[in-house]
Design a protein around this ligand. Structure first.
Ligand code: DC
Length: 231
């Protein structure tokens, strides 16, 4: 029987990590976990309980209710995708909204929140056969992952992709504004005290600035084949 792998995909925001990780998981028939969705779900919970606002964050209340936050990924056969559930409610769409996006980096800086997420992520990983994307998967969550990829692309390219994505959804945001947000997120991700974004020493860099998704799939399949033949 083929060895089931743990594949960690980390990297900068708007590099297409989730799209890529999802496709790899489908190709291998593995579970796909979008760890960013977990931080987003916690953020949504905190917003609904009024634990976070533009001016304040009630960390004590967040910590006291952390044990009440349950996150699951449930497969929806109608769309052939996993969706994020917060305490049994499907929140897949809501966690992608602008308000959650703007608060999530503050929530993901809380050490206890990160510890709880990492615990949950490792629990999901026990069964192997998993592709997980995030910022600290290869460095903290699964330091022994079988394959670690670190994704990057130029800021201009990432901003262009995000701009097109939003345009397709009918959202009209200035290109320079998107670029500024991406740069700010890079700085926040790389400079937070706990689990900052950094490439694991044994991660392979994938700069997809000039690659199509098909080319990226060919690239990873070769790495997967070699890994399977090695072990
Ligand atoms: O990948 P994303 O944009 O959905 O991530 C949402 C936020 O969560 C982002 O601010 C980075 C943070 N995050 C994190 O700190 N650690 C992870 N493993 C995944 C995401």
């Amino acid at each position: 029987m083929e060895k089931r792998l743990i594949i960690a995909i980390d990297g900068y925001s708007s590099c297409g990590k989730s799209t890529y990780a999802r496709l790899i998981a489908k190709e291998l028939n593995y579970i796909f976990i979008d760890s960013g969705a977990m931080y987003r779900a916690v953020t949504l919970y905190c917003m609904r309980r009024n634990f976070i606002s533009i001016t304040a964050m009630n960390t004590r209340s967040i910590l006291s209710e952390l044990k009440d936050i349950h996150i699951d990924f449930v497969f929806n056969p109608d769309i052939n995708e996993y969706e994020t559930f917060l305490n049994s409610e499907n929140v897949e769409t809501e966690i992608r909204n602008m308000a959650v996006t703007s608060y999530v980096s503050r929530i993901s800086q809380i050490q206890e929140v990160r510890q709880r997420m990492v615990e949950m992520q490792r629990q999901i990983g026990i069964s192997k056969g998993i592709v997980m994307d995030g910022r600290d998967i290869g460095t903290v969550v699964f330091p022994d992952a079988d394959i670690k990829i670190f994704m990057t692309a130029s800021v201009d390219i990432r901003a262009k992709r995000r701009h097109n994505e939003l345009k397709e959804k009918g959202v009209n945001i200035d290109f320079e504004e998107i670029k500024r947000t991406i740069i700010a997120r890079d700085i926040a991700d790389e400079n937070r005290d706990i689990s900052p974004l950094r490439r694991a020493d044994d991660a392979i860099i994938l700069d997809n600035s000039r690659m199509t998704i098909e080319e990226q799939m060919v690239w990873i399949k070769d790495i997967i084949d070699r890994k399977r033949n090695d072990s």
